[in-house]
Design a protein around this ligand. Structure first.
Ligand SMILES: Cc1cc2nc3c(=O)[nH]c(=O)nc-3n(C[C@H](O)[C@H](O)[C@H](O)COP(=O)(O)O)c2cc1C
Ligand code: SF4
Ligand code: SF4
Length: 257
């Protein structure tokens, strides 16, 4: 199985790597971020894929939807197991991509929903103490291990893939947040009083959305809301949904990797 994933702050990358580690009983596993060019080549070569992404407003991040649509012809006949990570809840986090994959001819093996630390670090609602987040990651780890055990016995979990899940995703969130990720595309804010022009946000951006122009980071209005720049800014100068940096969340805070 080959891992293909998108991960803003590392949660999903961690979960896909754990899945493959338990699945293959090896530590070094084959997994590729959608942002890397080599990913397309690996996708072409692989018949069995574990596909991971974080849930944003009970939907896929824009970068993930665009990736699937851009490479639609590559999914016919592939066997795909989907992992969706989330801070609290998603009705059909895996179902959103499963519907698209099926349309492009893929066979969906199953789905796994994993609760992980919330990466939105400028909104108070889901913030938890460090120890609690570490516990959450341990619980996810246990769930992944059990899921892989079941898969080896030919039982694939179906989190997020049923019709009831679809209704839950729609009524629970998508209806209320319809179009929200697209509205957030242009909302990234940089506090130039705090910014020291180190360029880190530009280097890590998953969308090439932050350009350094005359030594100043300038957002280009094409943000996928992954919170990676936010979490890596040494001066806490970036905000997106909220207006204040409460916590910079990256997976290495919660687990040894
Ligand atoms: C814009 C945005 C929207 C989100 N919406 C949801 C949501 O609807 N439900 C949920 O449980 N978590 C939500 N989250 C939390 C993330 O899904 C969660 O923290 C995820 O594990 C982050 O994964 P990553 O580190 O791989 O990027 C959202 C995060 C962001 C940035
Ligand atoms: S990472 Fe922060 S300090 Fe560095 S250039 Fe970006 S906004 Fe400025
Ligand atoms: S600007 Fe920041 S939040 Fe937006 S896509 Fe780039 S790294 Fe992610």
């Amino acid at each position: 199985m080959t891992g293909i994933y998108f991960s803003g702050t590392g949660n999903t990358k961690y979960c896909v790597s754990k899945f493959l580690e338990y699945y293959k009983n090896v530590f070094q596993t084959e997994m590729y971020s959608m942002e890397d060019d080599i990913c397309i080549e690996k996708l072409k070569e692989s018949s069995d894929i574990v596909f991971g992404y974080p849930v944003y407003y009970s939907d896929m991040p824009m970068i993930v939807r665009d990736f699937i649509n851009a490479h639609s012809q590559m999914f016919a006949g592939k066997n795909i197991f989907i992992i969706a990570t989330m801070g609290l809840f998603s009705g059909d986090g895996t179902g959103c991509s499963a519907r698209l994959f099926r349309k492009y001819g893929a066979n969906i093996l199953g789905g796994l929903h994993l609760k992980m630390p919330d990466c939105i670090g400028d909104v108070k609602a889901l913030k938890k103490p460090l120890e609690k987040n570490r516990e959450i990651v341990k619980d996810a780890d246990r769930k992944i291990k059990q899921t892989v055990r079941n898969i080896k016995n030919k039982q694939f979990s179906q989190d997020g893939l049923t019709f009831i899940n679809r209704i839950a995703g729609l009524l629970g969130q998508r209806l209320w947040f319809y179009g929200k990720p697209y509205r957030l595309k242009e909302k990234l804010k940089i506090d130039y009083e705090k910014c020291v022009s180190c360029g880190k946000c530009s280097d890590v951006c998953s969308m090439g959305n932050i350009k350094m122009i005359e030594n100043k980071p300038v957002p280009q209005n094409n943000c996928t809301c992954c919170y990676r720049c936010f979490s890596n800014c040494p001066k806490k100068a970036i905000t997106l949904i909220g207006n204040k940096v409460l916590e910079q969340s990256t997976i290495d805070k919660y687990v040894k990797i």
